[in-house]
Design a protein around this ligand. Structure first.
Ligand code: ZNH
Length: 145
Protein backbone atom coordinates (compact mmCIF):
# COMPACT_ATOMS: atom_id res chain seq x y z
CA UNK A 1 0.00 0.00 0.00
CA UNK A 2 2.96 2.32 -0.58
CA UNK A 3 3.74 4.22 -3.74
CA UNK A 4 7.34 4.24 -4.95
CA UNK A 5 7.50 7.96 -4.06
CA UNK A 6 6.34 7.31 -0.50
CA UNK A 7 8.90 4.55 0.00
CA UNK A 8 11.65 6.80 -1.37
CA UNK A 9 10.54 9.66 0.90
CA UNK A 10 10.65 7.46 3.99
CA UNK A 11 13.95 5.69 3.29
CA UNK A 12 15.82 8.76 2.02
CA UNK A 13 15.03 10.67 5.20
CA UNK A 14 15.97 7.67 7.33
CA UNK A 15 19.44 7.53 5.77
CA UNK A 16 20.14 10.93 7.34
CA UNK A 17 19.04 9.91 10.82
CA UNK A 18 21.54 9.44 13.62
CA UNK A 19 19.92 6.77 15.80
CA UNK A 20 21.54 7.83 19.04
CA UNK A 21 21.39 11.62 18.64
CA UNK A 22 17.97 11.87 17.03
CA UNK A 23 16.58 9.11 19.26
CA UNK A 24 17.74 11.04 22.29
CA UNK A 25 16.09 14.22 21.01
CA UNK A 26 12.81 12.47 20.24
CA UNK A 27 12.67 10.78 23.64
CA UNK A 28 13.65 14.03 25.38
CA UNK A 29 10.80 15.84 23.63
CA UNK A 30 8.38 13.04 24.58
CA UNK A 31 9.35 13.24 28.28
CA UNK A 32 9.31 17.06 28.45
CA UNK A 33 6.30 17.84 26.24
CA UNK A 34 4.16 15.00 27.66
CA UNK A 35 5.47 14.77 31.25
CA UNK A 36 3.08 11.96 32.22
CA UNK A 37 5.20 9.65 30.03
CA UNK A 38 7.97 9.94 32.67
CA UNK A 39 6.14 7.45 34.88
CA UNK A 40 7.10 4.54 32.60
CA UNK A 41 10.78 5.26 33.08
CA UNK A 42 11.10 5.37 36.87
CA UNK A 43 14.27 3.26 36.64
CA UNK A 44 15.95 5.96 34.52
CA UNK A 45 16.44 8.41 37.42
CA UNK A 46 15.62 12.13 37.41
CA UNK A 47 13.60 13.12 34.34
CA UNK A 48 11.76 16.12 35.77
CA UNK A 49 13.39 18.86 33.70
CA UNK A 50 14.98 19.30 30.30
CA UNK A 51 18.53 19.58 31.69
CA UNK A 52 18.23 16.32 33.62
CA UNK A 53 16.76 14.52 30.62
CA UNK A 54 19.40 15.93 28.26
CA UNK A 55 22.27 14.53 30.33
CA UNK A 56 20.68 11.17 31.07
CA UNK A 57 22.67 8.27 29.56
CA UNK A 58 19.75 5.86 29.98
CA UNK A 59 17.49 8.13 27.95
CA UNK A 60 20.20 8.29 25.27
CA UNK A 61 20.57 4.49 25.12
CA UNK A 62 16.83 3.99 25.10
CA UNK A 63 16.28 6.56 22.34
CA UNK A 64 18.70 4.61 20.18
CA UNK A 65 16.84 1.37 20.93
CA UNK A 66 13.49 2.89 19.98
CA UNK A 67 14.77 4.39 16.73
CA UNK A 68 16.50 1.11 15.86
CA UNK A 69 13.11 -0.58 16.05
CA UNK A 70 11.65 2.18 13.84
CA UNK A 71 14.47 1.53 11.37
CA UNK A 72 13.67 -2.17 11.46
CA UNK A 73 10.09 -1.32 10.47
CA UNK A 74 11.39 0.90 7.65
CA UNK A 75 13.43 -1.97 6.20
CA UNK A 76 10.20 -4.03 6.23
CA UNK A 77 7.71 -1.45 4.94
CA UNK A 78 5.51 -4.14 3.40
CA UNK A 79 5.24 -6.00 6.72
CA UNK A 80 5.45 -3.42 9.51
CA UNK A 81 2.78 -5.25 11.49
CA UNK A 82 4.61 -8.57 11.46
CA UNK A 83 7.93 -6.89 12.19
CA UNK A 84 6.60 -5.14 15.31
CA UNK A 85 4.28 -7.91 16.50
CA UNK A 86 6.41 -9.08 19.42
CA UNK A 87 7.39 -5.55 20.42
CA UNK A 88 3.71 -4.62 20.54
CA UNK A 89 2.94 -7.50 22.89
CA UNK A 90 5.83 -6.47 25.16
CA UNK A 91 4.39 -2.95 25.43
CA UNK A 92 0.86 -4.23 26.02
CA UNK A 93 1.43 -7.07 28.49
CA UNK A 94 4.77 -6.38 30.13
CA UNK A 95 5.30 -2.61 30.05
CA UNK A 96 1.59 -1.61 30.14
CA UNK A 97 2.20 1.48 28.04
CA UNK A 98 -0.97 3.38 27.11
CA UNK A 99 -1.01 3.11 23.28
CA UNK A 100 -2.02 6.80 23.01
CA UNK A 101 1.62 7.49 23.79
CA UNK A 102 2.74 5.82 20.56
CA UNK A 103 1.02 8.65 18.67
CA UNK A 104 2.89 11.18 20.75
CA UNK A 105 6.21 9.54 20.00
CA UNK A 106 5.27 9.63 16.32
CA UNK A 107 4.52 13.34 16.61
CA UNK A 108 7.80 14.24 18.26
CA UNK A 109 9.68 12.08 15.75
CA UNK A 110 8.17 14.06 12.86
CA UNK A 111 9.19 17.29 14.62
CA UNK A 112 12.76 16.04 15.11
CA UNK A 113 12.99 15.10 11.42
CA UNK A 114 11.48 18.40 10.30
CA UNK A 115 13.87 20.48 12.40
CA UNK A 116 16.81 18.38 11.21
CA UNK A 117 15.96 18.61 7.50
CA UNK A 118 14.50 22.11 7.36
CA UNK A 119 13.12 22.98 3.92
CA UNK A 120 14.18 19.54 2.59
CA UNK A 121 11.32 18.15 4.70
CA UNK A 122 8.83 19.06 1.99
CA UNK A 123 5.04 18.74 2.31
CA UNK A 124 5.25 15.62 0.12
CA UNK A 125 7.87 14.06 2.41
CA UNK A 126 5.86 15.02 5.49
CA UNK A 127 2.81 13.37 3.93
CA UNK A 128 4.68 10.09 3.48
CA UNK A 129 5.99 10.30 7.06
CA UNK A 130 2.56 10.99 8.55
CA UNK A 131 1.32 7.89 6.76
CA UNK A 132 4.27 5.84 8.00
CA UNK A 133 3.74 7.05 11.59
CA UNK A 134 0.08 5.96 11.36
CA UNK A 135 1.16 2.50 10.18
CA UNK A 136 3.80 2.36 12.94
CA UNK A 137 1.29 3.32 15.65
CA UNK A 138 -1.22 0.81 14.30
CA UNK A 139 1.40 -1.97 14.33
CA UNK A 140 2.51 -1.16 17.89
CA UNK A 141 -1.11 -1.09 19.04
CA UNK A 142 -2.05 -4.51 17.59
CA UNK A 143 -1.20 -6.37 20.83
CA UNK A 144 -3.88 -4.38 22.69
CA UNK A 145 -6.79 -5.76 20.68
ZN1 ZNH B 1 9.04 1.46 23.95
C1 ZNH B 1 11.17 -0.65 25.72
C2 ZNH B 1 10.49 0.44 20.99
C3 ZNH B 1 7.18 3.78 22.25
C4 ZNH B 1 7.96 2.80 26.98
N1 ZNH B 1 10.55 0.15 23.45
C5 ZNH B 1 11.27 -0.64 24.31
C6 ZNH B 1 12.18 -1.44 23.55
C7 ZNH B 1 12.00 -1.12 22.24
C8 ZNH B 1 10.96 -0.12 22.19
C9 ZNH B 1 12.74 -1.71 21.02
C10 ZNH B 1 13.15 -2.48 24.12
C11 ZNH B 1 12.37 -3.77 24.25
C12 ZNH B 1 13.19 -4.93 24.80
O1 ZNH B 1 14.16 -4.68 25.54
O2 ZNH B 1 12.86 -6.07 24.49
N2 ZNH B 1 8.84 2.00 21.99
C13 ZNH B 1 9.48 1.43 20.93
C14 ZNH B 1 9.02 2.04 19.70
C15 ZNH B 1 8.09 2.98 20.05
C16 ZNH B 1 8.00 2.95 21.50
C17 ZNH B 1 9.49 1.66 18.31
C18 ZNH B 1 7.31 3.93 19.21
C19 ZNH B 1 7.57 4.31 18.01
N3 ZNH B 1 7.80 2.99 24.52
C20 ZNH B 1 7.14 3.82 23.66
C21 ZNH B 1 6.38 4.80 24.40
C22 ZNH B 1 6.59 4.54 25.75
C23 ZNH B 1 7.49 3.39 25.79
C24 ZNH B 1 5.54 5.89 23.78
C25 ZNH B 1 6.07 5.22 26.95
C26 ZNH B 1 5.56 6.41 27.02
N4 ZNH B 1 9.47 1.10 25.99
C27 ZNH B 1 8.90 1.79 27.06
C28 ZNH B 1 9.49 1.29 28.30
C29 ZNH B 1 10.42 0.30 27.94
C30 ZNH B 1 10.38 0.21 26.47
C31 ZNH B 1 9.13 1.76 29.70
C32 ZNH B 1 11.34 -0.52 28.87
C33 ZNH B 1 12.54 0.38 29.15
C34 ZNH B 1 13.54 -0.28 30.08
O3 ZNH B 1 14.69 -0.47 29.63
O4 ZNH B 1 13.23 -0.54 31.23
Amino acid sequence: HWTAEEKAAITSVWQKVNLEQDGHEALTRLLVVYPWTQRYFSSFGNLTNVTAVAGNAKVRAHGKKVLSAVGDAITHLDNVKGTLHDLSEIHAFKLHVDPENFKRLGEVLVIVLASKLGSAFTPQIQGAWEKFVAVLVDALSQGYN
